[in-house]
Design a protein around this ligand. Structure first.
Ligand code: FHN
Length: 670
């Protein structure tokens, strides 16, 4: 335990490194090449490729074959003896990536199997132990850079080969022996050091396999800092740490990693201010499977690229090379066809910002300064394409790949483009040059923390470049109504209405929200003589649950008095805690509470549920608002942790203002 604490403290101290010093502008500069690139090649290649997805008569496996087919490690180790990709040609691979319009290449330097696709001095389970005996990563990094692309590494934290990595596969009777996770972390860091020292400038580190309980935030943050120390300009994805929320791929604040990693899915909308990259297979497997012919069509892949980029994301499209070192022919064909499209339409992808439109019924859009690009998935039978709510004057309209300009006419808030005969190509793209930055006739977006308030509520109204007029009496806004110039303070119950205007004319629907001034929940009157002590009571319950239980039906294993709402034991698994006491607030106000937990949690104030953050999940934050009178209020927090990471934090503040951790000085117990 002492050793673990020493190692963890050392790793935590190393956490006070890079991120703390980098400014947002410096990070933006570091990530600019990646944001502009928008499109990359993922390559999953390892000894699993030799098996082509087949084992013992089953042939539906992929890169997880050792685990899925339950192959004992001694049998699996022999597979490397057949790894001899005699047709591997790094220049061919790099050229195909370039021609496909991809700007970076991410290859598995080590997948979960633990095999190093490079010459590592820290392991004899590496490429030099195969008949091939060539450093694939060295050859590929040279070829990729020669094509002007960024070389990047995928590296798995989870390792099914190294005897120090824990946990073992649940099905294998491989003794734990003197396995030592700290020793494994040192091995992992040594190989990452090789990858960021011996192969020239690396664009990004794509970590993976971070989800098992033996990996933690201290390890993750320290590994992030190691990468940035070795190559300060390297980008590191969020799977280096433990903050990722499942396949949706995004992390909560407070965890290491420069961008989110949705996998096999595209977020429903863009996420302003959040960088993310969707990784996806062409068929159903990351690693090569010889019978998996379920390839997405080229048109589907191009539409996915447009959808992702229109939302501000990057697309990392996977290839699973064959054991002979060639890409599958189906992949080669799609790369070529995507490249043909990118050669004509790449300007609508590279260096673009997300769509200016909330949604388009016929396709997607991207933005680049005073230009918008329209990527047409469904060609209008009428030959007329309606561009909804575009407020600008249109200077020029062109179909990319053709010389002719297209006719455009205004129709109320819309523009209507006359298209030529269907071009029959995949996803035609129209470019519109505007007179100024895009002005889209969206209804104002009303933003506020709570629609119930005690003293005042504040509401902001965002309509990008348009004028907004609003009313507080429920009437439809006109140009004679107050013009929005900044957050509006609401002091009595009312219906707020707002509308967008352009050049003195209404150009959007009316947005509305109802606000109610309420009486605060009364303070708790204690019986005379009742003495309070700072802190709260914590009742601890043993047992694995998947959701918060009915605690009234359970018997606590212990009751403790602690100074604040915090984790009691960050390393313990399968237990729950109920924290109870009194919270003292100093004003009659609507208070916003933010409850962060891994796993589930709930916050009750005066017996009313204010925040429900229940469920099996990684660290996530939920918020709620309660109108409270100055004085004492009952507070109860329920929390549980099943396995893996654990987290608990409670913050509060007057609604609309900065939230702060609930101070121990505001908490009391009998
Ligand atoms: O387990 C891996 C899987 O094999 C593959 O590498 C994907 C690619 O992002 N990542 C993990 C599954 O989330």
């Amino acid at each position: 335990m002492i050793r673990f604490l020493i190692v963890t403290m050392a790793l935590m101290l190393s956490c006070l490194g890079v991120e703390a010093q980098e400014t947002p502008a410096q990070k933006a500069k570091r990530m600019q090449w990646w944001k502009d690139a928008r499109f990359g090649m993922f390559i999953h290649w390892g000894t699993y490729s030799v098996l082509e997805g087949a084992w013992n008569g089953q042939d539906r496996y992929g890169e997880w074959i050792r685990d899925s087919a339950r192959i004992p490690i001694d049998d699996y180790n022999k597979v490397k003896d057949k790894f001899n990709p005699v047709k591997f040609n790094a220049k061919d691979w790099a050229h195909m990536a370039k021609e496909a319009g991809m700007r970076y290449v991410v290859i598995t330097s080590k997948h979960h199997e633990g095999f190093a696709m490079f010459d590592s001095k820290y392991s004899d389970y590496d490429i030099m132990a195969t008949p091939f005996k060539r450093d694939i990563l060295k050859e590929l990094s040279n070829a990729v850079r020669a094509e002007g692309l960024q070389m990047c590494w995928y590296h798995s934290i989870m390792d099914w080969h190294n005897p120090d990595y824990l946990p073992r596969r649940p099905w294998e009777n491989r003794p734990v022996g003197d396995a030592d996770m700290d020793r494994y972390v040192k091995f992992l860091r040594n190989q990452v050091t090789e990858l960021l020292t011996n192969y020239g400038p690396i664009g990004l580190m794509w970590f993976d396999g971070e989800w098992e309980s033996t990996w933690n935030h201290a390890y993750g943050q320290a590994l992030y800092n190691l990468c940035r120390k070795l190559q300060p300009n390297v980008i590191v994805n969020n799977r280096v740490d433990v903050g990722r929320g499942g396949m949706g791929g995004l992390s909560d604040a407070g965890f290491a990693g420069d961008y989110g990693t949705p996998e096999q899915e595209v977020p429903a909308t863009g996420i302003p201010g959040v960088d993310w990259e969707t990784c996806m297979t062409m068929n159903d497997n990351w690693g090569y499977n010889r019978v998996d012919k379920n390839y997405k069509s080229t048109t589907q892949l191009i539409q996915l690229l447009c959808d992702i980029v229109s939302k501000g994301g990057n697309y990392l499209l996977n290839i699973g090379p064959q054991p002979n070192g060639e890409f599958p022919p189906e992949s080669v064909q799609r790369l070529k066809e995507i490249g043909d499209w990118m050669a004509v339409n790449g300007e609508s992808i590279y260096g673009t910002s997300p769509s200016s439109f909330k949604s388009l019924p016929w396709g997607r859009s991207t933005t680049k300064g005073n230009r918008i690009y329209l990527q047409i998935f469904d060609w209008p039978a009428s030959g007329e394409l309606v561009v909804p709510g575009l407020g600008n004057s249109v200077k020029k309209v062109k179909l990319l790949g053709s010389r002719q300009s297209l006719r455009a006419k205004r129709a109320g808030p819309d523009w209507v483009l006359t298209l030529p005969k269907p071009v029959g190509k995949r996803v035609p793209v129209v470019r519109i040059d505007l007179a100024g930055a895009p002005i889209i006739y969206d209804a104002p977006q009303l933003k506020y923390v709570a629609d119930k308030f005690v003293s005042v509520a504040k509401v902001s109204m965002d309509a990008k470049n348009l004028d907004v007029h609003y009313t507080l009496d429920g009437k439809t806004p006109t140009t004679k109504s107050p013009k929005y110039t900044g957050p509006v303070t609401v002091k009595s119950s009312c219906l707020v209405k707002a509308r967008s205007f352009h050049k003195g004319k209404p150009v959007s629907a009316v947005s509305m929200a109802s606000f109610s001034k309420v009486d605060p929940w009364p303070m708790i009157q204690l019986r005379p003589g009742v003495k309070l002590t700072p802190g709260v009571t914590a009742k601890v319950y043993d047992g694995a649950v998947d959701a918060l239980p009915m605690f009234e039906a359970l018997r606590p294993e212990s009751t403790q008095n602690i100074e604040s709402i915090r984790l009691i034991d960050a390393k313990r698994e399968n237990y729950s805690v109920v924290y109870s006491g009194y919270l003292e607030v100093t004003l009659d106000e609507a208070y916003e509470f933010a409850l962060q937990s891994d796993d589930g949690s709930r916050l009750w104030i005066d017996g009313q549920l204010v925040v429900d953050n229940d469920g099996l999940h990684s660290s996530q934050v939920k918020t709620g608002v309660a109108p409270l009178a100055k004085g004492l209020h009952h507070l109860r927090v329920e929390w549980f942790n099943k396995s893996g990471g654990a987290d608990l934090a409670l913050r509060l503040g007057v609604a609309g203002r900065q939230l702060q951790p609930v101070a121990g000085s505001a908490l009391f117990r009998r």
